[in-house]
Design a protein around this ligand. Structure first.
Ligand code: GLU
Length: 395
């Protein structure tokens, strides 16, 4: 029988981040000593007090289906969190809990986008935004930036990118992969442009909000006139070292939240019950509990930036948040290193994997073809070793 997959899945690229992580894992399993700096995943364990909440939930027999949009107590906790951390007033009927922020984003895209609608993606952007738009048969348009503009777009660029087909724009600050953070002033200037286009929705992905190094983060939905058309996405994966627990959530206008609930009612029935109970604890306890991880990331950022700057050909920005650094490596394009001809960032990333034994992710996947992404959510020892191996290779 011919293997006839749908056009939908055939047109979908694989996730570059997950693909590189899988490749690194496979090589490791073959006994090759790969240092994986590909995946954005804290190398910490989930804090004890959150694990204890999960154990208690198991013992208390939380084993049934949950409400599709999440436990009432969790939605209350999320409302309090939005008020406490972001100064956004959401009511529980505006909250939907999902299987990771990735599903939250996919839900929103599915319920808002028609075929032919256009999604604006300030680049660099997380690999799955474009893929999720493609799944909805929408198109996406990149708004480019570079290291010179600290990877941020200007109001003029936004204005120029908008077309009659534009339905959604996705902001992500702190940004994956650049680590850049839009200030309140910068976000307000972008909102000023959007005021003239009332049919455009804004998805504000704030998953890295707690991982910032001294720069104040700002929530787009707090801007007057933007609340009614902004969907705020967040989750516990990054800040609470809970990537595998898969809990994300949105705060949104009620009609969008309702549609997302309808969507996941047909797809997952709701997020995992134990992870939801643990998330109540994660969100209700003080955020200061996780500052030890942020402090450590900050230390590593400083070290990684310093070491990378010492390598000729690496142009490095200083990320303000998240746990990635996104150097411009275009100085290597056209060169041949150890018999590998480097034409683009993918070639360079592959070279690092094969010859320096370091897994990174090519910037192409993030809409930034001059760069590679290095995750510093890894031990100091591994980071030092990896950068030395890169330096030895390319110097
Ligand atoms: N968001 C993380 C990353 O960018 C995890 C992998 C993924 O979902 O893309 O590495």
């Amino acid at each position: 029988m011919p293997q006839q997959l749908s056009d939908r899945i055939n047109s979908l690229p694989v996730s570059a981040t997950l693909a590189m992580a899988a490749k690194a894992r496979k090589l490791k399993n073959q006994g090759i000593d790969i240092i994986s700096l590909s995946l954005g995943e804290p190398d910490f364990n989930t804090p004890e007090y959150i694990k204890e909440a999960a154990i208690k939930a198991v013992q208390e027999n939380y084993n049934s289906y949950t409400p599709v949009d999440g436990y009432a107590e969790l939605k209350e906790a999320i409302c309090l969190k939005f008020k406490r951390d972001n100064n956004i007033a959401y009511a529980p009927n505006q909250i939907v809990v999902s299987t990771g922020a990735k599903q939250s984003i996919a839900n929103v895209a599915q319920v808002l986008l028609n075929p032919g609608d256009e999604v604006l993606l300030p680049a660099p952007y997380w690999v799955s935004y474009s893929a999720i738009a493609t799944l909805c048969e929408a198109t996406f348009k990149e708004i480019p930036s570079s290291i010179e503009s600290d990877f941020k777009i200007t109001p003029e660029q936004l204005e120029a990118a908008i077309s009659p087909k534009t339905k959604l724009i996705i902001f992500n600050s702190p940004n994956n992969p650049s680590g850049s953070i839009y200030t309140e002033k910068e976000y307000r200037a972008l909102a000023k442009v959007l005021e003239n286009y009332p049919d455009i929705f804004i998805l504000s992905d704030e998953i890295y909000e707690h991982i910032s190094y001294g720069t104040q983060t700002f929530s787009f939905a707090t801007i007057p006139n933007m609340y009614e058309r902004t969907i705020t996405v967040n989750g516990v994966a990054k800040a609470f070292a809970m990537t595998g627990w898969r809990i994300g959530y949105i705060g949104a206008p009620e009609w969008i939240a309702k549609a997302c609930t309808k969507m996941q009612g047909q797809i997952t029935s709701g997020a995992n019950c134990i992870a939801q109970r643990a998330t109540i604890t994660a969100l209700t306890e003080p955020v200061s509990n996780i500052h030890y991880m942020v402090k450590e990331f900050n230390k590593r950022r400083d070290m990684v930036v310093k070491l990378l700057k010492e390598i000729d050909g690496f142009k490095v920005n200083v990320p303000k948040g998240a746990f990635y650094v996104f150097p411009d490596v275009s100085a290597f394009f056209g060169k041949t290193i150890k018999g590998h001809k480097i034409n683009n960032a993918s070639d360079f990333s592959l070279l690092l994997l094969e010859e320096a034994k370091v897994a990174t992710v090519t910037g192409d996947a993030f809409g930034a073809p001059h760069n590679i992404r290095i995750s510093y959510a890894a031990s100091e020892e591994n980071l030092r070793k990896a950068i030395q191996q890169i330096k030895d290779l390319v110097s």
